[in-house]
Design a protein around this ligand. Sequence first.
Ligand SMILES: Cc1ncc(COP(=O)(O)O)c(C=O)c1O
Length: 485
Amino acid sequence: MTPLVRGSQLARLLGQWHALPGRRRSPDYLALAGAVRGLLADGRLALGVRLPAERELAEALGVSRTTVTAAYRELRGTGHLNSRRGAGSWTMLPDGHRVASSGLWTPEDDLDMLDLSCAALAAPVQLQAAARAAAEDLPRYLGGAGYHPTGIVELREAVARTYDERGLPTSPEQIMVTSGTQHAFDLVLRLALPPGGRVLVESPTYPNALAALSARRARITTHGLAANGTGWDAELLLGSLRQTRPQLAYLIPEFQNPTGHLMPEQLRERVVATAHAVGTDLVVDESFVDLALDGITVPPPVAAFDRHSRVISIGGMSKPYWGGLRIGWIRASAPQVQRLAAARVGVDMAGPVLDQLLAVRLLADAEAIVAVRRAQLSVQRQALLGALAEMLPGWRVTVPHGGVTLWAELDGPVSSALARAAEEVGVRLAPGPRFGLDGTLERFLRLPFTLPAADLVDAVRRIAEVRYDLDRTSRPQWSMPAVIA
Ligand SMILES: Cc1ncc(COP(=O)(O)O)c(C=O)c1O
């Protein structure tokens, strides 16, 4: 059966759809159609979903039915809606679109876009030499069948060593190599979360983790992170665990995506103890752990406080090295790793041997590569902060001491409108609500500092221009749609 979005739900997703630049010149129906396109582009409105009947949406938005009829006609014209008389209208995408690396839909021909929707660096210079060396290593494996569901031993050893170095003794049998951290998370969910199970996540959080959870039909509760300070409120977080007793909690303790927060040591210990007491498994995403900046010390891994195999750690090569490697891993107990491998054979059997050999080569050179990455990120973060202070002084940012993203608090609830407007001037943004569940993060915007400094400054200049256009827009009388619990 086709999923249906109700009028009240769509109204909530649309938020301040009228706040578009140039609104004085464009009629309501075009603003509405543009806002629906924006929701489709950033994945908050799925494809193949049946939109509400015109009358229902008109009522929910407090506009005339003619406006909605005209907006739907416009969306059909641009290839975003397919209607059949008597049966309804379904969302679709026009030809010539592709999925971008951020998971957002994007036109095929926008390769010149300054893409601030993706928080990942270009490859390090060492990658090509490492790839050649890996090809030389390959013959050692060619005599076997090549299937290693938990990963090749030498990479499992190299990853285990990284945990040893962080003060968490780990054997290779506790490591499973995956095709990236996202794959690791999906596998863990297959093992540890029954369909419809209850999960606690941070809000904001990593959008593709939410996508993986919704694929498991997880019932999600959120712990709201403060934009400033240390982020997590210890009492609230532990209280939520005690009250909701989720099967699983997903946390990003190191330079959290998107806020950049670093969880203090004491809270790590308390979260593990509480999770154990209430029977919750913790999935700890360590994607950014290598990217501490400003010489700060990262507390011990969350799993260092675990005595009962409650903590499953996931991580990977994408952030310090390169996303195109598609190498990630899971650290769990040895029996859990065996169960994960058994689940994996039903998905993709095993990862490519050559890519794993390349990862081994890169990890052998970790110190040099990561030092350069940190230096590069510091410079880029500085450029981004400087440009924001100069051109958007009304925005508030807490400087993150690691990771690759800033979580900016805007001077109004305009994140989605700003993302739509920025697209027009060649900047792709992932608006705040993409990082939450309930459309409440319109005052926030994630800004990665993974592009070269000059591009970041150029992007902020363009964003600032359209931000001021939004302000010059006359706002029609509008009452916020009620939030549906
Ligand atoms: C917190 C977090 N987890 C997982 C991922 C996905 O990583 P991978 O490319 O290793 O699948 C990302 C990428 O942005 C991330 O930020």
